[in-house]
Design a protein around this ligand. Structure first.
Ligand code: FAD
Length: 397
């Protein structure tokens, strides 16, 4: 397959892994990333167990586990009462070799994979290459990249667009990105302060429910990350100020002196592209869909897109191009994005923020009932770990 060529646009977690899987299968791959290296920002930090199985397939899982934290437990916490519902992924160890989440920053994985790709004989990694345009021919795709000094043009059999939420490829395709943007902003603070010294029995992953200030508390090897909602009307300068940070930590652990490593504001969207497959050009990851981070599904579902798509590309490179296979990619991944990722992330947010009193009581009762009932708890664990969504997508014909 070395005379077959695939261009992957975007050196995030989804693009690097899609490219690596194709290179390992013997395809010539060019990964083009606009930045001078893989982005180092703090976004995804949870690898769910089906994703760990995929990393295992390409020989990366040990290195990710080594660089991360193994988290079999996660907590749903009620902030006002201190009630904790603990979930243990060990309960699904009959369906997976990896019955846990791994807490590791996405940039650690993207940089690791980009390095391996660069060293691979089938692959080329081109940083400082921003896709500016592409055209499709009957048998391939031509794409143009702006570098610091010129415009370079590459030709390939297929192009995978893993160029993130603002995808240039999606915009050129003119594909609608249907959905909405939440009015509130999300503020992410990180600190080296050990929260376990203040919050007894805290897990590495904690969803903390509260009507006025819900939180997600996540441990990664270097820091604790605290995600809180912020009002639309609060300006960014205020949200990033010491005063605001002091208030968050004062309310959380009664210590406003905590020092932070990062303070980042995110706008959060629920959006899905109208079609993921366009001739010989395909959308994956954030280029195809965006969702809120509650549950840790964004990057994971993007990696699941990449697996589904690269299966089909490998079949077509061997047996000849078949539009029907790529229509199936669109049906499988877009349906599951709507039915599970979008629906579940909206529900995860509603559970944390509560809303009016009646709804709050109902949601709490639902969480408790699910936690106490072994069958319901198992169903929930299979859902939240993304095993169910992966199986449901594969079942779509
Ligand atoms: C606060 C927060 C927490 C999150 N936590 C989680 C979590 O725990 N688990 C989870 O699964 N998800 C999480 N997510 C979502 C996750 O970060 C994204 O889903 C993930 O980054 C998507 O990866 P990607 O490779 O598709 O896109 P990106 O990571 O956005 O990468 C796109 C890449 O394309 C490059 N690019 C853009 N345009 C061009 C161009 N024209 N030419 C060449 N290159 C280009 C960019 O420079 C970038 O490197 C979180 C998100 C946020 C905001």
């Amino acid at each position: 397959m070395k005379n077959k060529h695939v261009i992957v646009v975007g050196g995030g977690p989804v693009g690097t892994l899609a490219a690596y899987r194709l290179a390992l299968a013997g395809v010539k791959v060019t990964l083009c990333e606009a930045g001078m290296n893989c982005a180092q920002d703090l976004r995804a930090s949870t690898f769910h167990s089906p994703t760990l199985e995929m990393l295992h397939e390409v020989g990366l899982v040990e290195e990710i586990i080594e660089r991360g934290l193994v988290a079999p437990l996660y907590h749903f916490r009620e902030r006002s009462t201190g009630e904790i519902l603990e979930f243990d992924l060990a309960e699904i160890d009959d369906v997976t070799e990896f019955p846990y989440r791994v807490q590791c920053e996405q940039h650690v994985m993207a940089s690791l994979v980009a390095g391996k790709l660069d060293a691979h004989e089938n692959a080329e990694v081109l940083f400082d290459h921003r896709l500016v345009h592409f055209e499709q021919q009957e048998n391939g795709v031509t794409a143009s990249f702006e570098t610091g000094i010129d415009i370079t043009t590459l030709k390939a059999d297929y192009l995978i667009a893993a160029d993130g939420g603002s995808s240039t490829v999606r915009k050129w395709l003119g594909v609608e990105f249907e959905g909405f943007t939440y009015p509130e902003k999300f503020l992410c603070l990180s600190t080296k302060k050990e929260l376990a010294d203040f919050i007894p029995d805290i897990a590495y992953v904690n969803y903390v429910s509260d009507p006025s200030e819900w939180m997600v508390l996540l441990r990664v090897p270097s820091v604790w990350r605290i995600l809180v909602p912020a009002k639309e009307s609060d300006n960014d300068e205020h949200l990033l100020s010491d005063t605001y940070k002091e208030g968050v930590f004062d309310r959380l652990i009664n210590d406003s002196s905590v020092e932070t490593e990062h303070r980042t504001i995110y706008r959060v969207h629920q959006r899905v592209a109208k079609n993921f497959s366009h001739g010989r050009v395909f959308l994956v990851g954030d280029a195809a869909h965006l969702n809120n981070p509650l549950g840790g599904f964004g990057m994971n579902s993007g990696i699941h897109d990449a697996w589904n798509l690269t299966d089909k590309i490998l079949t077509c490179l061997t047996d000849g191009h078949d539009d029907a296979l790529f229509e199936l990619y669109d049906r499988q991944r877009r349906t599951i994005t709507h039915n599970f990722i979008q629906a579940q992330t909206k529900q995860n947010k509603a559970i944390l923020e509560h809303g009016e009193e009646q709804g709050q009581k109902m949601r709490l009762a639902m969480m408790r009932e699910m936690h106490e009932n072994a069958d319901k708890r198992r169903e929930y664990l299979l859902q939240q770990s993304m095993h169910s969504s992966l199986a449901d997508a594969t079942a779509i014909v």
